[in-house]
Design a protein around this ligand. Structure first.
Ligand code: FEO
Ligand code: CA
Ligand code: CA
Length: 563
C-alpha cells in the first residue's frame, strides 16, 4: 500500500479503490518498478513555487512533418543507444527492426544500470541479406541458405546491458548478460502435449510488442508469424492445406507453422525462453500482465489483423501462465467468452481437444461469437483508474482509416471479472490530430503516451487519407493541467519509419523508444529514402533512442497539481 500512496495523491487513490475494488486494489510492484509506469517521484520538497511552474507549464507540441529526421518538441532531446548491426559482444550483433523495449535495473537502487530487452520484429532482406525481396516473383533472383541464415539471425530479440554515463545511455560491450535470441534459438513449449510433434521448437520471429511479468521476466509476442513459415488453413470440412509464406524460409527450413504465433517469456539473466501455449495462438501484438492479490495472473493480449479479437487469460494458480482459462471478448455485450473445449459444446464440433482450440484460437473465437475488432494493437492498464486501454489501429476493409483507442472497464474493477463495459476513449482522425494508434505507455503521473503506425506505403501520399498526418509520430495525452485530454504531438519519425516500443526508465527520466524501419520504401541501397540516423554508413538503420529532457521530468510531476 505504501508504494501506491507515494505514487498517487489521496483523491486518485480513493478513485482507484472505487474502480478496482477490494480484490485488486494494490498497484502491483511491477507496474511501479519496471513497467510502463515508473517509480514515483517523492512529493517531499515540492514547493508552492514548483507547483506554480507546473501550473504554467506550456506543452508546445510540434506540427506534422515529412522531414527525414527524428524531430522532438521543445524540452526534449535524444541520443542513440544501439543501432542495427552494433556489436553487443565478440559473438553477437544487434538485430534488425527493433520494436518493443523494456528495461529492468540490475539493482533496484540504481535506475541507470540494467538490462534492455528489445524485440526485432522483421527484416528487410534488401538491407539484411542483400536479397531484393520486392522481386520475389522474379525467377532470376535466388537466395542462398547463407542469406536466409542472416535473415534468421536478425529477428527475435536482444538482451543488452546498458548504463548511463554523463547523461547518456550506452551499451556495456561484452557484458556476460548480453545475448541474442534468434529464429534458430531452441525454445521450450510450456504445455503437456507436443505441438506439431515437438515440445521444444526452433526460435521466435515476428516479435512485435510485449510486456513484463510480475516476476520480472520479459514477454515478447509473435505477431505476423505466417510471413516466415506460412500457415495451416482449414476449409469448411475441416480439411487442412498449407499456405506458403511471403519470406519463404520454409523452403530452407521446414519448421511447422504451429510452432509460431505464441506469447514467449524470456529470462533476463539466462536467456532461456518458453512459449506459453495456454495464451492461444494468433497474431499476438502484445501481452500485458496484472498480478491479482492472491498472485493469480491476468494477461490481456490482442490479435492484430482485420476483424480479429481481444483475449484475456486468467490463471487458476498463482504465477502460472499454463493453468487457467483463455477468454475472448464479446465487446458488444461486454462478456468474456471462455475458449474451453470441456464446457463449450460448439468447440467439440470442430476440434478434438483443448490443444487444438488453442492452436486454432481464431477459429474457436468465431465459433463462440467473439466481436470482430479493428486490429487490436497495444494494451495498457491505466495505473490511476485501473481501466484497460486498447489501440484499435485501423480496418481499411471497413473504411476505418484512422482507428481509435478503446477503453475497457472490468465489472467492479476486478481484472478477473467475466463482464465489462467497452467504449471509445479517443478516435483517430483530423479532429484529434492522430491516425492509426499503436503502442501505448503511461508515465508515472498517468499521462498517456502513444505512437502511430500509418503504413510506409500509405504515408505522405497526395489525396490519400494519411496526407494531413505526414510522418508517423509520438503523442502525449496529458492527464492534468490546462492541456488535459488533448492529443499533443511530441516527436516526428524519420522518413518511412514508425516509432515503437515506448518504455520509461524506473526513475521516469528517460523514455526509451524504437525507431523502426526508417527508409523502408528503399528500392536501391545507393539511393535510400532515409539516411537516419546519419552514421558513417550513410544508410538507414533501425535504432533504439533514449529521449530525455526537462519536459519529461515535468510531465511526470503533473499529478502534483491535484495534490
Ligand atoms: Fe507489429 Fe501490430 O504491429
Ligand atoms: Ca505494433
Ligand atoms: Ca502496427
Amino acid at each position: 500500500m505504501d508504494s501506491f500512496n507515494k505514487t498517487y495523491n489521496r483523491k486518485e487513490f480513493i478513485s482507484f479503490l472505487g474502480k478496482v475494488g477490494l480484490g485488486a486494489m494494490i498497484l502491483p510492484p511491477f507496474l511501479v518498478g519496471c513497467g510502463s509506469t515508473t517509480t514515483p517521484a517523492s512529493q517531499e520538497g515540492f514547493s508552492s513555487d514548483d507547483l506554480e511552474k507546473l501550473r504554467k507549464l506550456v506543452l508546445e507540441g510540434i506540427g506534422a512533418s515529412d522531414k527525414d529526421d527524428l524531430l522532438l518538441a521543445k524540452g526534449l532531446d535524444y541520443h542513440t543507444v544501439v543501432k542495427w548491426g552494433d556489436r553487443l559482444s565478440d559473438k553477437d550483433t544487434f538485430g534488425f527492426n527493433n520494436d518493443f523495449t523494456c528495461f529492468i535495473p540490475l539493482d533496484e537502487s540504481n535506475p541507470t544500470d540494467g538490462l534492455l530487452w528489445v524485440n526485432h520484429e522483421y527484416i528487410n532482406p534488401l538491407f539484411v541479406s542483400g536479397f531484393n525481396y520486392r522481386d520475389l516473383e522474379n525467377p532470376k533472383e535466388h537466395r542462398t541458405v547463407e542469406q536466409v541464415d542472416k535473415e534468421m539471425y536478425n529477428v527475435g530479440g536482444s538482451i543488452v546491458r546498458i548504463r548511463m554515463n554523463n547523461g547518456a545511455w550506452s551499451v556495456v560491450q561484452n557484458d556476460p548478460l548480453n545475448r541474442r535470441i534468434t529464429a534458430r534459438t531452441p525454445i521450450a513449449l510450456n504445455w503437456d502435449s507436443p505441438i506439431a510433434g515437438a515440445s521444444e521448437v526452433f526460435g521466435t520471429n515476428s516479435n512485435c510488442s510485449g510486456g513484463i511479468t510480475p516476476w520480472n521476466t520479459f514477454i515478447t509476442c509473435e505477431e505476423n508469424y505466417d510471413s516466415y513459415f506460412g500457415e495451416t488453413e482449414y476449409d469448411e470440412n475441416n480439411v487442412a492445406t498449407k499456405r506458403s509464406s511471403i519470406y519463404g524460409w520454409e523452403r530452407f527450413y521446414d519448421y511447422p507453422p504451429e510452432h509460431y504465433g505464441w506469447v514467449v517469456e524470456v529470462d533476463p539473466k539466462t536467456g532461456s525462453a518458453q512459449k506459453h501455449i495456454a495464451l492461444g495462438r494468433f497474431a499476438h501484438e502484445c501481452c500485458t500482465l496484472y498480478e491479482l492479490e492472491d498472485k493469480r495472473v491476468v494477461a490481456y493480449t490482442g490479435d492484430d489483423a482485420n476483424d480479429e479479437h481481444l483475449y484475456k487469460f486468467v490463471s487458476s494458480k498463482p504465477g502460472s501462465l499454463k493453468e487457467g482459462t483463455l477468454y475472448v471478448a464479446d465487446t458488444e455485450n461486454g462478456i468474456w467468452l471462455p475458449l474451453d473445449w470441456e464446457t463449450q459444446e460448439v468447440l467439440k464440433t470442430r476440434f478434438k481437444n483443448q490443444t487444438e482450440v488453442l492452436i486454432r484460437a481464431r477459429e474457436a473465437a468465431k465459433l463462440l461469437g467473439a466481436t470482430p475488432l479493428n486490429r487490436p494493437e497495444d494494451i495498457e492498464i491505466d495505473p490511476v483508474s485501473g481501466n484497460i486501454f486498447v489501440s484499435l489501429t485501423n480496418n481499411k476493409g471497413k473504411n476505418d482509416f484512422h482507428g481509435s483507442i478503446m477503453k475497457i472497464e472490468e465489472a467492479n474493477g476486478a481484472f478477473d471479472a467475466l463482464s465489462f463495459k467497452a467504449s471509445v476513449y479517443k478516435a483517430g482522425g483530423e479532429e484529434n490530430g492522430f491516425s492509426c494508434p499503436d503502442n501505448l505507455a503511461f508515465d508515472m503521473a498517468g499521462n498517456l503516451w502513444m505512437t502511430s503506425d500509418m503504413s510506409g506505403s500509405a504515408m505522405n501520399k497526395e489525396d490519400g487519407p494519411y496526407m494531413p498526418f505526414k510522418n508517423n509520430s509520438l503523442f502525449v495525452i496529458p492527464r492534468y493541467g490546462k492541456d488535459a485530454g488533448k492529443v499533443i504531438r511530441v516527436a516526428s519519425a524519420p522518413r518511412d519509419a514508425e516509432l515503437t516500443g515506448p518504455w520509461f526508465s524506473p526513475d521516469g527520466k528517460t523514455l526509451f523508444l524504437s525507431v523502426q524501419h526508417p527508409g523502408e520504401q528503399t528500392r536501391d541501397l545507393k539511393n535510400p529514402t532515409s539516411r537516419w540516423p546519419f552514421d558513417k554508413d550513410n544508410i538507414p538503420k533501425p535504432s533504439v533512442v533514449a529521449i530525455t529532457g526537462g519536459l519529461i521530468e515535468k510531465m511526470n510531476k503533473l499529478n502534483q497539481l491535484e495534490a
